[in-house]
Design a protein. Structure first.
Length: 102
């Protein structure tokens, strides 16, 4: 009985017990209906920086890479940052006030 409780406890907390976890996107959500593009760039590293900034503010963000994998060259495609529609306005304000790229 004790072993079973311990296993259930481990399953509930997983290997990240005690870690600060951000809300993760639901994989069953329709990305075209419930998510909005708030940033697009031909530079994938900038999209990742924007995603990291939004995650710091506890806004779920996903980078969608639309660049060609056959010819990985800058300028041939976009990397887009998507956020849930209900967080889009706040995410845009955060980007305007806190993101600077030179």
């Amino acid at each position: 009985m004790t072993g079973r409780r311990q296993q259930a406890g481990r399953a509930d907390h997983g290997k990240y017990a005690g870690a600060f976890l951000l809300p993760t996107p639901n994989p069953h959500m329709n990305m075209t209906e419930n998510w909005e593009v708030i940033y697009a760039t031909p530079l994938p590293h900038r999209a990742e920086l924007v995603k990291a900034l939004l995650l710091e503010h506890e806004i779920a963000a996903v980078v969608i890479n639309k660049q060609s994998s056959s010819y990985p060259t800058y300028g041939l495609g976009q990397s887009e940052v998507h956020v849930p529609t209900q967080d889009a306005i706040l995410a845009k304000v955060i980007l305007e006030n806190e993101a600077t790229f030179s």
